[in-house]
Design a protein. Structure first.
Length: 170
């Protein structure tokens, strides 16, 4: 599988936190080799304020980020996707659209930081934990020799990455 840039879609139900973080992180760590996208099966319509706060604190780009439906990526004019990663258990169990390009899919479940209640610091920590978990998986993924692996091997490795940091506490 050889491409100049690999398109990666991160899916969640609300598309307000985890999938947005994945979109930004893969673009940052992929350094021009990966283009990140995100979407939700039932998008909230707005990015969670603590997602923006964390990305700005990390000095990562936030311009153009928005909560959007996965339907945008099932259209004929959508980017051809190489990989689709679900980052929430609910979206992983839903019937996804047929994605143009027949992408490799995997589940990389991460606890939802937007669902955490409690003090402001406790909630911020949940966002940092989700970010660290996604960042660790993305770094493992971008280190794969994608152009040297066949589809089956890539699928197997992407699945392993999703299980390697399964709901780990950081």
């Amino acid at each position: 599988m050889k491409r100049a840039i690999y398109n990666v879609l991160f899916l969640c139900t609300g598309n307000s936190a985890r999938s947005i973080l994945g979109e930004v992180l893969i673009g940052h760590w992929g350094r021009g080799q990966f283009k990140g996208y995100s979407a939700g099966s039932f998008p909230k319509g707005a990015v969670h304020p603590l997602t923006f706060e964390l990305l700005e604190w990390l000095r990562l780009p936030t311009e153009g980020l928005r909560s959007k439906s996965w339907d945008e990526f099932a259209r004929p004019d959508a980017p051809v996707l190489d990989f689709v990663f679900t980052v929430c258990d609910q979206a992983a169990g839903e019937i996804c659209p047929l994605w143009p390009g027949n992408p490799i899919t995997a589940h990389w479940g991460v606890p939802d930081p937007a669902a955490i209640e409690g003090s402001e610091e406790h909630r911020r920590q949940a966002f940092r934990d989700a970010c660290r978990q996604l960042e660790a998986r993305i770094k493992l993924f971008i280190a794969l020799p994608i152009d040297k692996l066949d589809r089956l091997a890539l699928k197997r490795r992407a699945d392993q990455i999703g299980r390697s940091i399964e709901h780990e506490k950081t």
